[in-house]
Ligand binder design. Structure first.
Ligand SMILES: NC(=O)c1ccc[n+]([C@@H]2O[C@H](COP(=O)([O-])OP(=O)(O)OC[C@H]3O[C@@H](n4cnc5c(N)ncnc54)[C@H](O)[C@@H]3O)[C@@H](O)[C@H]2O)c1
Ligand SMILES: O=C(O)C[C@H](O)C(=O)O
Length: 312
């Protein structure tokens, strides 16, 4: 019996795509195929070769190639989509919808052609609506098409809480519900430091400030970078999701999932707590929400629905 190496293709070889490829290889999760448009083929090959040349120093054995030929993605276990444009200062994620919808449709057709059994994880913004676009275009079951936002938004929240309390980030847990926009809903009631509820450790006004900073976390980085958006923490977030599926970890991870009645929503993709494992999105965890939390989630869902109405 031959044991096959795992293969992850990353579509879009820009900041998030290239960083994701490197992090996947550094963890030896799979071989990696980094795909960009034909005009960028040489720089994409160059990035992949440069990463590969880091492997003897760092001691990882994953292969990495750069390409614009989708045949190279054949039989991928997981395909991550980071292709498209990113926002610049003064723009919202929703301003990207028209351009990126077209990109989602074309790359999905190629993905499906060569890897009809893969799992797809979407990063491209506006990510809730782009995940929906990929779901429709692929014809895949909902368990195999998910989007990334919650791991990143939660990571930002955990970072700010750890800074506030001067504690290890490892001891801080939390999670964020809803769409990946400024109306996202960090759930304080379910957030802890070493098992101790945050509400008992941080005064309300400070917690409110942390929630607000989390909501605007993407914009804070866009403002600082000046010519693009975050990529290190987004790439790390994608890698956590890929790892949960490839290793069948059954981790509780906030992901953008297709809702069919859960939380009172039907036919939209929205960030919710899920179980990710070898079968992709194995379960959506439904929590009892307070009236205030339901209202906040409703606002976030309305923002996602508004973007979905702009889809063609
Ligand atoms: N969901 C999230 O949490 C999250 C986090 C970070 C970034 N993003 C989004 O991810 C996307 C990528 O961000 P980035 O910083 O990597 O941008 P980037 O501009 O650095 O890279 C995008 C790459 O996609 C390529 N591309 C464009 N059209 C393509 C196509 N048809 N096929 C293949 N490749 C194509 C471009 O040539 C470019 O190299 C943006 O939409 C950004 O908003 C989302
Ligand atoms: O903010 C952006 O445009 C990119 C990404 O969605 C993020 O949250 O960092």
């Amino acid at each position: 019996m031959t044991i096959k190496r795992r293969k992850v293709s990353v579509i879009g070889g820009g900041f998030t795509g290239a960083t994701t490829a490197l992090m996947l290889a550094q963890k030896e999760l799979s071989d990696v195929v980094l795909v960009d448009i034909p005009q960028n083929e040489d720089p994409t090959k160059g990035k992949a070769l440069d990463m590969l040349e880091a492997s003897p120093v760092q001691g990882f054995d994953s292969n990495i190639i750069g390409t614009s030929n989708y045949e190279d993605t054949k039989d991928s276990d997981i395909v991550v989509i980071t292709a498209g444009i990113a926002r610049k200062p003064g723009m919202s994620r929703d301003d990207l919808v028209q351009t990126n919808q077209k990109v989602m449709k074309s790359v999905t057709q190629e993905i499906v052609k060569y890897s009809p059994n893969c799992y797809i994880i979407v990063l491209t913004n506006p990510v809730d609506a782009m995940t929906y676009t990929v779901f429709k275009e692929s014809g895949f079951p909902k368990e195999r098409v998910i989007g990334q936002s919650g791991v990143l938004d939660t990571a930002r929240f955990r970072t700010f809480v750890a800074q506030e309390l001067n504690l290890s980030v490892k001891d801080v847990t939390g999670f964020v519900l809803g769409g990946h926009g400024d109306d996202m809903v960090p759930l304080i009631r379910y957030s802890y430091a070493g098992g101790i509820p945050l509400e008992t450790l941080i005064p309300k006004d400070r917690l409110d400030a942390i929630v607000e900073r989390t909501r605007k976390g993407g914009g804070e980085i866009v403002g600082l970078l000046g010519n693009g958006s975050a990529y290190y923490a987004p790439a790390a977030s994608l890698v956590q999701m890929v790892e949960a599926i490839l290793k069948d970890q059954r981790r509780v991870i906030p992901a953008i999932a297709y809702l069919e009645g859960e939380y009172g929503y039907d036919g939209i993709y929205l960030g919710v707590p899920t179980i990710l494992g070898g079968n992709g999105l194995e379960k959506i965890i439904e929590l009892e929400l307070t009236e205030e939390e339901k209202t906040a989630l409703g606002q976030s869902a309305s923002a996602v629905k508004n973007v979905m109405e702009a889809l063609v």
